[in-house]
Design a protein around this ligand. Structure first.
Ligand SMILES: NC(=O)c1ccc[n+]([C@@H]2O[C@H](COP(=O)([O-])OP(=O)(O)OC[C@H]3O[C@@H](n4cnc5c(N)ncnc54)[C@H](O)[C@@H]3O)[C@@H](O)[C@H]2O)c1
Length: 330
């Protein structure tokens, strides 16, 4: 049983990247709990944000369409907040091969602007940073938080730097901070415009369109996958957990599953699509971490977190969502 969650009722909460996948699911849950939710999102067209994502609560949240890099506006937005969930970032792990500057601008620089805004306004919220499993790089799984990070891509390297910057500012300026390292998250409200979106959601789109799901390495690579609703619960539990202050905490299911198994479940849930095995190119080989799943013992010990939506149910819910709203996401 998860420990009782603080209601967050009446809390002033800022979500950066709140029109994106994880951020909008958080915003919906927090608005339902009667928190006062403010969202900052740049809505850069090639990123994952959309106004449609917050449709169920659009009249109950304050949306500021702005770049986090706008220091003046970000200072205004952070003032007086009890909690800040920092989810804004460039989030494709392959974009850097074409251009690395978006990771610098919307990963590192945007994070430093947010931190400088906290400093300037003397704000002391609890900051929850959305980091990534990818910061660990190639390690023996299950990976716990003591592993020495060794990112294999520039996106992951920038996330690692951003997390370290949050840690440094929180120690220096005295606000509370939790570094959540997220595994592969899937579920409603992720962009599925390109294959740079999360692997499960991309596979769901291919299946719904009756296309072939391409699997590298015969689909034998294992991941742990976490449904968006469970990710939101974990982030809220961490935001509410005094013992998590200053900690890095893995957020995942801790249950490995191969991508072949995942693809088979998706084809079944969609009622269409098929699977094909394809050969990986040299670039992919270099960045591929192999089997990668998280040890989530620390999250469970600190917060009492328990995954509620298993993979079959999560895939069914995801496929149903995109069956209904596919045109909003393609
Ligand atoms: N989805 C996953 O599986 C996953 C896994 C590990 C880590 N993460 C991390 O979680 C966070 C959320 O990921 P997501 O999947 O929701 O991504 P997403 O792309 O759906 O959402 C990110 C949002 O941030 C916004 N944004 C980017 N740069 C901005 C800026 N400079 N100013 C204002 N807004 C900006 C984008 O417009 C977008 O709406 C990211 O930091 C990502 O790195 C996600």
């Amino acid at each position: 049983m998860a420990k009782t969650l603080k209601s967050f009722s009446g809390a002033d909460v800022l979500i950066t990247g709140g029109l994106g996948f994880v951020g909008s699911n958080l915003a919906i849950e927090l608005a339902k709990r009667k928190a006062n939710v403010t969202i900052i999102d740049s809505l850069r067209p090639d990123y994952g944000g959309s106004m449609f994502n917050i449709e169920p609560v659009k009249d109950r949240v304050d949306v500021k369409v702005q770049d986090l890099n706008d220091f003046g506006k970000t200072c205004e937005a952070v003032r007086g907040k009890d909690f800040i969930f920092h989810m804004a970032s460039q989030q494709s792990h392959v974009l850097w091969r074409d251009e690395p500057y978006s990771d610098l601008d919307d990963g590192i620089r945007a994070t430093v602007v947010l931190l400088e805004a906290l400093k300037k306004t003397k704000s002391e919220p609890r900051l929850v940073f959305g980091g990534t499993r990818g910061e660990y790089g190639r390690q023996k799984s299950p990976v716990n938080e003591n592993a020495v990070p060794n990112p294999l891509g520039f996106y992951e390297l920038c996330k690692l730097f951003s997390g370290r910057a949050c840690e440094l500012y929180s120690r220096t300026y005295g606000f509370e901070f939790v570094w959540a390292r997220l595994t592969n998250i899937y579920g409603p409200r992720s962009s599925i415009k390109t294959n740079a979106s999360g692997v499960v959601n991309w596979f769901v789109r291919l299946a719904l369109e009756g296309k072939k799901i391409p699997l590298y390495y015969k689909g034998g690579i294992a991941r742990d996958l976490l449904y968006a609703g469970d990710c939101v619960q974990a982030l809220l539990l961490l935001a509410d957990c005094a013992e998590a202050n200053g900690e890095i905490v893995n957020v995942g299911s801790g249950k490995p599953v191969t991508l072949l198994q995942v693809a088979e479940k998706i084809v079944e849930a969609a009622g269409s699509g098929s699977i094909e095995f394809v050969k990986a190119d040299a670039k992919r080989d270099k960045q591929e971490v192999g089997d990668a799943f998280l040890d989530v013992g620390k999250l469970e010990r600190l917060t009492g977190f328990r995954q509620e939506t298993g993979l079959d149910e999560g895939i069914r819910l995801t496929a149903n969502y995109y069956k209904k709203y596919l045109q909003k996401y393609v």
